[in-house]
Structure formats: structure tokens, C-alpha cells
Design a protein around this ligand. Sequence first.
Ligand code: 5AD
Ligand code: SF4
Length: 470
Amino acid sequence: MIINSLTQQLDEEMDQLSLQRASVLVASHYGHPPLAFVHSFGCQQNVSDGERLKGLLAEMGFGFTDEQERADLILFNTCAVRESAEDRVFGNVGALKNLKRADPDRIIVLCGCMMQQPQVAERIKKSFPYVDIVFGTGAIHRLPVFLAQRLESRKRVFWNQPAQNVVEGIPAVRDEGVKAWLTIMQGCNNFCTYCIVPHVRGREVSRTPDRIEAEARELIGLGYREITLLGQNVNSYGKGLEEPCDFPALLRRLDGIDGEYRLRFMTSHPRDCTRELIDTIAGSRHVCHHIHLPVQSGSDRVVKAMNRHYDIAHYLELIAYARQRMPDVTFSSDIIVGFPGETREEFLETLALIRKVRYNALFTFIYSRRSGTPAATMPDPVPAAEKSVWFRELLEVQQQICTELNEEMVGTVQRVLFDSVGKSGDGFLAGRTEGNIIVEAPGDRSLIGKFLPVRITRAMNWAMVGTIQQ
Ligand code: 5AD
Ligand code: SF4
């Protein structure tokens, strides 16, 4: 476990005091060094928020456990992006009833995107009386205040006010390892018509380049070798900053830090992805030649109905330009199948686009109706069973493309950052190429955290296999 604490002090004096007060209350409530179980559902942004929630819990005296039965506090950091994610959370919360009954001193906390929605908070209030504390994404830094309130008054705490700004200085507990997440901005201004995120995470707010650079330097100093910059739309980074700095400028600044590390970023919106950004990646020392560029659909009509503000011709131009500047660049994307009103012909346009671009990886989703978004009220005549058929077709096409791309990699030498023991077991290492492809190779654990040249010898289903070149 690595605790990184940028300033050791929260920006708001009030919160520093609440942290102290909560620590005292926690100690007397439990009477023993308490353990917390923390689980984040959903995207990397949530995982990054979860690291900060753990940071606050650690400051209040909690240790951590992976077993809910042993935990004195159970916290779920929830996701609202699709209905399936919400169902999973409700299922997990339902299962906590017996644990609470077994130990009524156990505190149950629900937070994150799902809890920012008033109707969800209301349902928790009514149907899950054993949940103690509920708050949305805008209030992570208030966890100590909420915990103190709960322990002092024994009243349940509910809070879903929107986020106002980025609160700096929250310590993070990160898993030890090779890779770290670094949030550069919060919120989203795009309002894609299917998406709940701007409704729950609020408007875009960027952290200052100084803070980001300081955190990146600290992470590199702690031994992390890969830093992924996080934001819902990193390409629009920098709006509203006093000192002007856009995303390419931020990348150049971070790239200037000396050391052996690599930078990744996500997510990029094709509307805001510029030639300058591509030139910056191409000219950098540390930024990986991999772009996650979610297209969502291959049909101009559907993309327009999604309020995405680009067309497929523009998207393909970006891809072509990036390939011209970086012949080794790889792409990944998000695709939604069955957006309301999407026809079979329009879906086939998505398949055609995928065949044209040849992505190394796709994150594919069946459209999920999110109440409160514009798409939720659009006519949606295609039956779910039909959408599932399309979805499987999409997976098959992508599988075929992946197989071909993997075959093409055999015989090449790739620079791999090894990050863990491989799935093939002890004696095997797993890592990723610059292009974000998983590679396994025989090797000793002492090589974890090293960048090594690997000759690719064959392709398996989930990874490429190779041998480390000495
Ligand atoms: N239904 C299905 N997929 C969605 N995504 C966002 N909202 C929805 C939704 N309502 C997908 C998009 C986005 C990714 C993070 O999740 O593809 O890029
Ligand atoms: Fe949602 Fe679109 Fe914002 Fe991504 S860019 S978080 S899909 S609204």
C-alpha cells in the first residue's frame, strides 16, 4: 500500500478539523484499529476517486481488508453509466443486510455517480435502512464530516449536492505496483444524448498544471512507471484556468519530466482531438502511441443524434493523420449498439467503420436507457433480442480483426513494461506494449517494473507471447 499525500493538508481548514474529529470518534466507536472494505465500480475515474476515499479513511485510522466479513466499514463507490452497473450495486447492497445484522456497529457507505441521482438516494433511504451514509461524486472530501455526523448523532446521512470545484490535497492510497492514475479534470460539458455522466459529475473543471505536474513527479519518484491521465474528455482540458494551458501543452510539460516512465491518457473526444495533439504525441519522449478515441457509431445520422459534433469523414481523417505521423500507433474505441432509432443499415455502417479502422481493442455496449437523458425519450423500436444479435455480430467482426492484427505482430520486437505475474503462472510475466497490447513472456518477478524489448513469437486469445531480448 502506498499513501501519497501531496500537501498533507486539505485545502479547507474546516475539513482538516473534521478529519481530526472523525479520527477521535472512529477510535472510540470501534475500540480497536478498524478495517475498511472499499470497492469502486465502473470507470477508472471511479477507481481514482476510490483511491482518495481510501486516503481519507487511512488518515482517520482505518486499515484495509478484501473481506467484507472482517470490515468495520464497507464502502461502495458506485457507477451509473448503464443499468447493468446499477443492478450490480443494488445486488451487492442487498447482500449487506446480514452483515449489518451480525454487527450493527459496522458502517455502510454508498457514494459515487449513482448516489448523485435523487431518485436512487430516495430508493436507498426507503428500501435499504441499514445503509448509513449516502453521498454523490461532488462530496468525496466530505467523507470525514459525514462519518463524524453519523457517529455523533446516529442519524443516517444523505447528501447529493453537485460538485462546485476540484478539492485539492486529498491524500490517495494507491495499490503498490507499476501503474498509477492521475485525474487532471472532473466533469463533462458534452451532453451526449445517451449519457448520464454530465448529469451526475457536473461541469468540467480542470486542475492546474502545477498541481498535476507535482503529482506526476511524486508518482514517478514513488516508482510508478506508467501514469494514465484521466478525464471524461481530456482533449478539452484547460478551460477556465487562470494560467492558460491546453491538453497538448500539458502533455508537453509532463513529457519534460526526466525519468523512465510512460504516459497514457483517456478519454479523448474526437471533436476536440486536434492535429496539434497528434503532433505532440508523435514528438514526445514518454507518451504512448496509442489513442483511445471513442466513435460510438459508424453512422453520421446516429452520431448526430448522439450529439457528438463530428462526422465519420472527420474521424477517419484524424485516424489517417495519426497513422501518417506515427506508423506504429494503435487505436481503441467505445461502441454503442442499438441507440434509439438505429436501423440495421446504420449498424452495418458501424461494422464497416470498424473494418476500416482496425482497432486493437473495442469496448462495446448495448444502449442502456438512462432516465433524465434526451435519448431516454426517443422512440426505440428495435427489440432487445435483435440488439443482442447485432452485438454478437460486432464482437465476431472485432475478434476477427484482433486475430489478424495479432498475427501481424508475430516476429516484431516490442518495448514492453512488465507489470505483474502472467496468467500462465509463476515464471511468466505480463505487461503491455506501447500500443497497449498485453504480452506474456517467461521471466523472473524481479523484472516487474522494467521496460524490456520482447520478440513476439505467437498469439494467444488474451495476449501475445514472446521472449525477452537480452
Ligand atoms: N448506454 C450504453 N453505453 C453507454 N456509454 C455511456 N452511456 C451509455 C449508455 N446509456 C458508453 C459510451 C462511453 C462509455 C464510457 O460508456 O460508449 O464512451
Ligand atoms: Fe458521456 Fe459524452 Fe461526456 Fe463521455 S463525452 S462522459 S460519453 S457526455
